[in-house]
Unconditional design. Structure first.
Ligand code: ATP
Length: 135
């Protein structure tokens, strides 16, 4: 029997990342990762830094995100992400440089450093490296 599909749209403020019909989408909710299948009841949640994983066919595809809003309607799912990169699009050298910068900031005793900002930059970079490394 054919698996039921749900319509999914993933956008950033700059571009449409994905639009299509999937059998499932997994996303990094604030309270942990969750998975949505066709027919799920409507809800709205905030996303954390992490991985969006869509299943269109047998092979799941991964997208790194730095957060956003995830909305389930009867007509489908819309994700409005702050940033979103397909695993194969991630520039590993850039993420590695961002990771090093953030670690240096966190290790420094400079009172001008915004630690929360450095922690968030480190989390974004580590997430990109993890997702790029899964391929
Ligand atoms: P950097 O310090 O390298 O800019 P960042 O975490 O501060 O990293 P963001 O503000 O999250 O970057 O993203 C800015 C834009 O750059 C977004 O469009 C995002 O998709 C893209 N981007 C950031 N890092 C990478 C990367 N390693 N590979 C591909 N695109 C990236």
């Amino acid at each position: 029997m054919l698996e039921k599909r749900l319509h999914l749209e993933i956008r950033t403020p700059e571009q449409l990342i994905y639009e299509g019909d999937v059998t499932s989408v997994r996303a990094p909710g604030e309270l942990g990762s969750f998975e949505i299948l066709a027919g799920h009841i409507p809800f709205l949640t905030v996303l954390d830094i992490g991985e969006i994983r869509i299943r269109e066919s047998d092979t799941p595809q991964s997208i790194a995100t730095s957060g956003g809003v995830f909305e389930v309607l009867r007509t489908g799912v819309t994700v409005l992400a702050d940033t979103a990169e397909w695993a194969y699009e991630i520039d590993v050298e850039r993420a590695e440089a961002a990771r090093q910068r953030a670690e240096e900031h966190l290790a420094s005793r400079d009172s001008n450093i915004n630690y929360a900002r450095a922690e968030a930059a480190l989390a974004r970079a580590t997430n990109r490296l993890r997702i790029a490394g899964q391929q």
